[in-house]
Design a protein around this ligand. Structure first.
Ligand code: SF4
Length: 762
């Protein structure tokens, strides 16, 4: 290994690190607190069984982890957890397997002058991190170093990263890979409701009599949510709006296979029909919304004939859908990436919100305009990563908010920037312009998942220093790094995750991180200390200590969680949805009664009632805007960024492949069981008409090209896609060699779902 640096900073850090590893005595510890490396927390007995929420998707299932001699040996779905009720998808069952992968990063790796990544001691790694980034800041300004984060680490880690990056290290720009999945929902809710507030609870899946899924395929993308739909006793109408005949569409009662990216036009057309027929909730509109008259005027021209022509649907299909929404007593609207990843994503999400508002389908059981989140802690990133909003859903531009956060943290208010960060794509553009010279990537795989993937290696060559903090040194992005910091994964640390229905759930440390890998939390602590801002974080000694700080920051916010009495309460209550403020509730016991009182698992007589444990927002018709009213927000639909052409006559759709795959496969590919459940190589779904016309045989090799690149994949000839359209799962590195870097102007979310390509036999 490379010898450690001998600066005073490195010496102090070295003492701390050796202490972390249990090889030095406690009097040498100069970073306070218990790092707990390699040890199961003492509150778990060596042979305990404990509940931890899953670290893959945003469903947030409870998993019962079985330990032997302090190490997790197996797991099973938690039957009492209110989210999954004893169910888990293949990824959840295999959640422990990626921890034991042979390609785990077990030591820091530093790229030498010969271009080879080699193991180094932590002292060298953290010393290089600080020295290189500080030199860049000295030469190019404090804002020339940025970070790209994730939706996969814990709330406490987000808070630490955000505070360290902006208040401790002086960065201005940091964003998350949640920009790629949830930025649209966050902006849409913010503008329409006054806060990024998904209103629903999972019980709504079971209580609707009409469920409308727009650009969502929960059958495979959120399979446990789909199981909740299947438990619905109302024989509900299930309407799927999607160009593909997805697994969910096959199981729907109505499928609207619209032209790709004509969803905004369809939603305005549905609004027009509902208004024209008098199917609106005038009382709710009058009491709880603003802007309806202008909206009514705006959608007047979206006549059924016009909408049918522009969506490739029939007038009958559109009318049937509108009438079904009208007939429903409890209608819920659900959307996910088919909406969020669009060139006009925010307005499309708001067109869904408008439908819920005008029909009064919000705040009641079985209703809502409901964004289903992607990653396990996308909501944690949205509220607590200090990127687009100040910690706890505050506003960087608001001096009262800055003063409040500074007061809670005990820092100089002048350390808080007065505006939000650049978005992910703007950071990438900043690299291209030479304004960002240092980049720190945490738990994401940019070189695979970025929409303009082909540009990434050349962009990163423009950096003076690239740090990747990850479980694996083998990801496409880690392979480009100058420095790799080995991180513990889910199961090797503790903290909390927030799921799609706003539920804080506990994550437990049930396994040792391999080698010298540290939790992200402890890596942040070491960096804070070595950077020279450790004093700012002297009370950030453990995830639970940070959780309490985070609670204080949320006081008075819509996401107020001051009433949660520590991690133990999360365990006892099956997680707690925000808000859970201290003030409106009485003594601790009554609060617990509130959370547990109608728990279905404890009271079988209440099987069909609404459990208090399942709480939704806006039951009182009051929203988080200054006047308490929700807003109708709308805009003229715009053409797609890259229409088809004679050279590129096909539309490429992308999305989730199977329930056994997760994003760039960096974890799911570690499981032999999961690998059996999806094709090993990239494939492309092709309509039989197109295949016959082009002479493409099933399972033959085909070439797909776009103006960005050319790839070869296996032909999957299937009627799930319409003629003129093809589909590729996003999990294969080939897919984003083709996608077009267009962005929604409001959320800056990439438009992964539509670009023009050509197709021919390979
Ligand atoms: Fe985990 Fe999501 Fe599967 Fe539940 S549905 S087990 S949270 S991956």
């Amino acid at each position: 290994m490379t010898k450690p640096a001998t600066s005073p900073q490195a010496t102090v850090l070295g003492n701390a690190l050796r202490s972390i590893n249990g090889r030095m005595t406690t009097e040498l510890v100069q970073v306070p607190g218990d790092f707990g490396l390699g040890q199961v927390p003492s509150r778990l007995a060596p042979d305990a069984t404990t509940t931890s929420v899953c670290g893959f998707c945003s469903t947030g299932c409870g998993l019962k982890i079985h330990l032997k001699d302090g190490q997790a040996v197996n797991l099973s779905p938690e039957t009492d957890y209110p989210v999954n009720l004893g169910m888990a998808c293949p990824k959840g069952w295999e959640a422990l397997t990626p921890l034991a992968a042979p390609d785990r990063a077990t030591t820091p790796l530093f790229r030498g002058a010969d271009g080879v990544l080699r193991p180094v001691e932590w002292e060298t790694a953290i010393g290089a991190f600080c020295d290189r980034f500080k030199n860049i800041q000295t030469e190019h300004g404090a804002h020339s170093v940025a970070w790209i984060g994730t939706g996969q680490i814990c709330v406490e880690e987000f808070a630490f990263l955000g505070a360290l990056g902006k208040f401790g290290m002086g960065m201005k720009h940091g964003d998350g890979n949640t920009r790629q999945c949830m930025a649209t929902a966050a902006v849409a809710y913010m503008e329409s409701f006054g806060f990024d507030a998904p209103p629903f609870t999972y019980a709504d899946f079971e209580q609707s009599d009409v469920l409308v899924f727009i650009g969502a395929n929960p059958c495979i993308a959120h399979p446990i949510m789909w199981q909740r739909v299947l438990r619905n006793p109302n024989k509900p109408e299930i309407i799927v709006v999607d160009p593909r005949r997805t697994e969910t569409a096959v199981n729907a009662t109505q499928h609207l296979p619209l032209k790709p990216k004509s969803d905004l036009t369809l939603l305005y057309g549905l609004a027009h029909l509902i208004i024209e027929n008098g199917w609106i909730d005038e009382g709710f509109i009058a009491e709880s919304t603003t802007g309806f008259d202008e909206f009514r005027e705006f959608v007047h021209r979206f006549t059924p004939d016009k909408v049918a022509a522009e969506t490739n649907l029939t007038v009958g299909q559109i009318y049937h859908c509108a009438e079904s929404i009208h007939r429903g007593k409890a209608v819920s609207f659900w959307w996910t990436m088919g909406v969020n990843q669009s060139h006009e994503a925010t307005r499309t999400a708001q067109a869904i919100i408008n439908l819920a508002l005008m029909t009064g389908n919000i705040g009641r059981p079985g209703t809502g305009a409901n964004s289903i989140t992607g990653q396990c802690n996308a909501m944690g990133s949205r509220l607590f990563s200090n990127t687009t909003n100040l910690l706890g859903g505050h506003d960087f531009k608001n001096p009262v908010h800055r003063a409040k956060v500074a007061g809670v943290l005990g820092i100089d208010e002048r350390l808080i920037p007065h505006e939000a960060s650049w978005a992910y794509d703007q950071i990438m553009d900043g690299i291209d312009r030479g304004e960002i010279k240092g980049l720190w990537i945490i738990a994401t795989n940019t070189a695979h998942s970025w929409i303009n993937q082909n540009s990434v290696p050349d962009l990163f060559k423009k950096l003076d220093f690239l740090v990747v903090q990850d479980m694996y040194a083998t990801t496409e992005t880690a392979q480009l790094a100058d420095l790799v910091l080995p991180a513990g994964g889910w199961g090797e640390k503790e903290g909390t995750l927030i799921n799609s229905e706003r539920r804080f759930g506990p994550v437990k440390k049930v396994s040792r991180a391999p080698g010298q890998a540290l939790s992200d939390f402890n890596i942040f602590r070491l960096i804070a200390h070595a950077w020279g801002c450790g004093e700012m974080f002297r009370e950030w000694t453990s995830p639970e200590a940070v959780f309490r700080i985070v609670q204080q920051i949320t006081a008075g916010q819509p996401c107020d969680i001051t009433g949660i009495e520590g991690y133990q309460m999360l365990d006892e209550c099956g997680g707690v949805q925000w808000p859970w403020p201290a003030k409106p509730y009485g003594a601790m016991e009554s609060r617990r009664e509130g959370a547990l009182g109608t728990d279905r698992s404890r009271n079988p007589e209440l099987q069909n009632s609404v459990p208090e444990q399942e709480r939704r927002l806006f039951a009182d018709g009051k929203f988080f805007t200054p006047d308490g009213r929700a807003r109708f927000v709308y805009e003229e639909p715009r053409p797609v960024a890259e229409p088809t052409s004679p050279a590129y006559p096909f539309v490429l759709l992308t999305g989730r492949g199977t329930s056994a795959q997760w994003h760039t496969n960096s974890r799911t590919a570690k499981s032999a069981i999961l690998r059996q459940l999806y094709p090993a190589n990239a494939y492309v779904e092709i309509n039989p008409e197109d295949a016959a016309r082009l002479g493409i045989e099933p399972n033959s090799r085909v070439e797909v090209s776009s103006p960005r690149g050319r790839i070869v994949a296996t032909a999957f000839v299937t009627g799930t896609v319409q003629p003129g359209q093809i589909f590729m799962p996003m999990h294969y590195a080939e897919t984003n060699k083709l996608t077009h870097p267009a962005f929604d102007p409001y959320s800056r979310q990439p438009s992964y779902k539509h670009c023009a390509v050509n197709l021919k036999p390979a």
